[in-house]
Design a protein around this ligand. Structure first.
Ligand code: DOR
Ligand code: ZN
Length: 333
């Protein structure tokens, strides 16, 4: 197959940051995606109605045609009134970051009891709980598996709450989602479908492929590819997470992969390798909208089989696969 035209995709997990980079990052995503769910671990965090409103306005100013699914960050002790006012400001999603699990999460949750009131309010308001599913106390490659019992507990304790387990990285998490109820969904990134621990650290250490959850081995990647191709409740979220080059090349490297500039080409290559290109539209442009109860996008993008070399720097950050040749490009129709 040479070209593939699909419905414009959704990115149900993306970091636009705040401050000077925001405009470029938003526009990079809007170039190919019709809808985005910006993550709330900004500085300051999106955790009250006024901050969320101002943030949404700055994202909309950068890309007025990009549809937004707004999220807020759950903080310990958050009360019903705060959740209601966030919903009033347009939030549809509350994000659970285990304390210390990833970038800007030191103010996160130590155990779910800390947000009992907020979760009950979210359940009542029909908001979706988005979960960074890692237990920071477990060994780094075990963290996702170690957190699955917490997700099980959330499903049991809040029987009407819709939950998205973000950026699956292991076979066990994919199986957990596939075996779960209809109100449990999951995102998978293009980098977890494309790279492994060996790409990160097998030869020279590549800090630009360091993210949380950390890339796992090829057997896990194969399980993620199968889930992305076939599981009705598994959909795309890029977890595109730019950091300045000097931080990513420092002695204390923050997790985060700038994936937006290469996301669709990486997805096309991974789905092609699985002989599943006919499922790409479902994964990137249909299932997520259906999980969130949103209408499908109307415009189209074209994936073209045309080799190009990923630049060393895009929007002031180093993208995933910088310097490598990719077999697909993408453009709006
Ligand atoms: O690698 C990551 N980077 N994982 C996350 O969960 C957060 C993100 C970031 O904000 O940089
Ligand atoms: Zn993220």
């Amino acid at each position: 197959m040479r070209d593939l035209v699909i419905r414009a995709p959704d990115d149900f997990h993306v970091h636009f940051r705040s401050g000077p980079g925001l405009e470029k990052f938003v526009r990079r995503t809007a170039a190919l995606f019709d809808r985005a769910l910006p993550m709330p671990n900004t500085l300051p965090p999106l955790a009250d109605a006024a901050t969320l409103r101002a943030y949404a306005a700055s994202v909309r100013a950068a890309a007025p045609d990009l549809d937004l699914v707004l999220s807020f960050k759950l903080l310990p002790g958050m009360d019903t009134e705060t959740v209601r006012s966030l919903a009033g400001a347009g939030a549809r999603v509350g994000k659970y970051y285990p304390a210390g699990a990833t970038t800007h999460s030191s103010d996160g949750i130590r155990e779910p009891g800390e947000i009992r009131e907020a979760l009950a309010a979210m359940e009542d308001a029909g908001l979706v709980l988005s979960v960074h599913g890692e237990d920071p106390a477990a060994p780094v490659l075990e963290r996702e598996r170690a957190f699955l019992p917490v997700v099980r507990g959330l499903l049991d304790d809040y029987p009407r709450l819709r939950i998205v387990l973000e950026h699956l990285s292991t076979r066990e998490a994919a199986e957990f989602v596939a075996a779960g109820p209809r109100r449990l969904g999951a995102t998978v990134t293009a980098h977890h479908l494309s790279f492994t621990t060996d790409d990160l650290a097998g030869r020279a250490l590549n800090p630009h492929l360091y993210c949380k959850p950390v890339l796992q081995d090829a057997a896990h990647r194969a399980a993620l590819r199968k889930a992305a191709a076939a599981c009705e409740r598994v959909f795309f979220g890029s977890d595109s997470a730019p950091h300045p080059r000097d931080r990513k090349e420092s002695g204390s490297i923050p997790p985060g992969i700038y994936a937006a500039p290469v996301a669709l080409p990486l997805l096309a290559a991974a789905f092609e390798e699985e002989d599943a290109l006919d499922r790409l539209e479902d994964f990137a442009s249909a299932r997520g909208a259906s999980f969130y109860g949103l209408p499908p996008n109307r415009s189209r993008v074209r994936l073209v089989r045309e080799t190009w070399t990923v630049p060393d720097e895009v929007d002031g950050a180093v993208p995933a696969a910088a310097g490598s040749a990719l077999a697909w490009t993408a453009e709006r129709v």
